[in-house]
Each structure stands twice: as C-alpha cells, then as structure tokens.
Design a binder for this molecule. Structure first.
Ligand SMILES: Nc1ncnc2c1ncn2[C@@H]1O[C@H](COP(=O)(O)OP(=O)(O)OP(=O)(O)O)[C@@H](O)[C@H]1O
Length: 310
C-alpha cells in the first residue's frame, strides 16, 4: 500500500463550478473520494462525468472552487506526476508502433514500470503493430497500458471499458482491481454499464446536471436502502417516508425506500437492492434527495482555483 496517500482524499472537490461554452456544467460540486478505493462514476449523458474527470486531471480549470488530488493541485507538477488520465479520445501517435509507444511512456515517466504496462496487453496486440493499424478496443488497451505503466497513485479513466469485447473487459477490470489491491492505487472510472460495476466498485459517485446525487461507499449505499415488493392493487402501497421510486408492473409494485428501518409486513417483501437497481432508481428519480455518506464540513474554506494556486 502507498503510505503517503493515507488520510488524504484521492479526489476532493469543494464548491467546484465549471462552465463550458458559456454554460454551467459542474455546479458547486462538493465531494470527497477516499484514497485507495475504486470509485464508479455514473450518471446520465451530459451529467458532467467527463467534465469532472478532465477537471480532476488538471485539463480544465475551474471557474470557481477547488479540486485536489491527494492534496495536490492537479495542474501542478506534483499533481501531474501522481495522476494518470485516460480520456475517451485516447490520443496516441498512429505512426508509432506499440513498442515505440511504450518506450515513449518510459522516457516521459521517471517511475515507469514496464511490468505494469505489460499487464494491459496480450498476445493479440503485437508490439510491432503500428498504433494506427489497431482496432478501437486495442488502442484503448495501449492507452491503458501507458496509464498503468506510469505507476501513478490516482487513475482517472473515462469509460475505459466502452469499446472492449467481453474478454477484454474482464482482463482490464482484473488488471485494474489487482493494481488497486497491490499498490493501493485510487481509481475513478466512469461507466454506463451498471451491472459491471457491481463487485468492482468500493465507492459510487452519481453526477446529474453537474450535481452530486449519490456519493459514498457502495456497500453502505445498498445497505441504506430497501427494495419492497408487493401487490399493485390501488392504495396498497404503504405510506412510508424516504420513498425514492415507486414502480408498478403488471400485478406487482416495487418501492425503493431510503433507510433500513420500517418494513410494512403483510404481503410486502423487503430486500437489500443490488447496486444496479439502486443506481437505476436514482437515475429515474431526479427529484429524490441526494444520498451523501460523507457530507463535507461546511466550515472548510472555498477558495477559487486561482486564489489557491497563488
Ligand atoms: N467541449 C465542450 N464545449 C461545450 N460544452 C461541452 C463541451 N464538452 C461537454 N460540454 C457540455 O457539458 C455538459 C456535460 O458534458 P460531459 O461530457 O461532461 O457529460 P458526461 O456525463 O460525461 O456525458 P456522457 O455520458 O454522454 O459521456 C453537456 O451539456 C455538454 O454538452
């Protein structure tokens, strides 16, 4: 494990406002992702996931508020050496071979670990192949190899699994999980494939309209909700506090309820929701109050990026 990351959040955003094309995209984001965790970043299209990752990677400057990676400004030299970012566009040099690309990674990164980079590749990606001749999924694997070889403390990955086949997805998620377990790497990865995040994510962060809808440990999130199933008859649904969503299909009604308390009994069955069910309910219920496990202390100062950097 990486001792120097203990006690400091992998990512902390405080009052983060980011505008793009003149429009507010992130709106006063306040959140903390603990170090050494695998965080699933989810949300609808346009919710602000890419903008958040690009800001956390130091590629976009906040209009207001701060973002810190392991306590560092991500735009500083110290911040840049501790993070690796893989965006959706994966800019690689098409004329270089895979071997030349990895040599470039070695030359640019003092802490380069060829063994870590090699884990992302397999015999189907020839080191002699030019990057421009690879498929989209193979290029993703090369971009991930560059990121992993950097041996960074925080990996920020924007939909890294999106163009991978099922075997490659399995390979890449195993390599990422091993890296998190062996080196204590903090990983924040966005994805739309909610089922795949189950069992992989320690933390969940749901962004919608540039605001936090859910933030905290995945197991706490599911344990703090109940899925109630019962008859669809009119007026049969129990009147409970904390209902996030009510759905009726055929003769059955399901309620997703916040809190592990009251179970109505009678014909109603109660179980803990899966992470996928929970996230789907929150995605379908934009009016439900946010679930935030660790609200940030309101007394913490909120400086602008420019103030903080000065
Ligand atoms: N380069 C840009 N210029 C102007 N507006 C942008 C730009 N990139 C993104 N936006 C806007 O910012 C908002 C958030 O986009 P963002 O890409 O961060 O969302 P996302 O959650 O990653 O979406 P997706 O799931 O589709 O990848 C959208 O309204 C989008 O139109």
């Amino acid at each position: 494990m990486i001792d120097r990351t203990e006690g400091t959040a992998a990512v902390r955003a405080d009052g983060l406002d980011v505008r793009r094309g003149g429009k507010p995209v992130l709106r006063g984001l306040r959140l903390e992702i603990p170090a050494g965790r695998v965080c699933a970043l989810v949300g609808p299209n346009g919710g602000g996931k890419t903008t958040f990752l690009e800001t956390a990677a130091g590629l976009l400057r906040p209009d207001r508020g701060t973002v810190r990676l392991l306590g560092e400004d991500p735009g500083s030299d110290a911040g840049r050496t501790r993070l690796a970012f893989v965006g959706q566009d994966k800019p690689l040099y098409p004329r270089l071979t895979v071997a030349e690309t990895l040599r470039m990674g070695r030359d640019l990164n003092p802490g380069w670990r060829p063994d870590l980079a090699a884990r992302m590749l397999d015999e189907r990606i020839s080191e002699r192949a030019r990057v421009g001749s690879l498929s989209g999924g193979q290029r993703t694997r090369v971009a991930l190899a560059l990121a992993l070889g950097k041996a960074a403390d925080v990996l920020l990955l924007d939909e890294p699994l999106a163009d991978l086949d099922p075997l490659s997805r399995h390979h890449v998620t195993s390599v990422l999980m091993s890296d998190a377990a062996e080196r204590g790497t903090s990983i924040v990865m966005s994805s739309h494939v909610l089922a795949e995040l189950e069992g992989m994510a320690d933390e969940v962060l749901l962004l919608d309209h540039g605001r936090v809808r859910m933030s905290g440990p995945a197991d706490e999130a599911t344990a703090d909700h109940r899925l109630l199933t019962g008859p669809a008859a009119e007026d049969a649904a129990p009147d409970l506090p904390g209902v996030v969503e009510t759905r009726t299909r055929g003769r059955q009604t399901t309620l997703l309820v916040r809190g592990d308390g009251t179970v109505p009994g009678g014909p109603w069955q109660s179980e803990e929701p899966s992470l996928e069910t929970l996230l789907m309910s929150y995605l379908r219920s934009p009016e439900a109050p946010a679930w935030i496990a660790r609200p940030l202390d309101d007394t913490a100062p909120t400086a602008t990026h420019q103030e903080a950097a000065a």
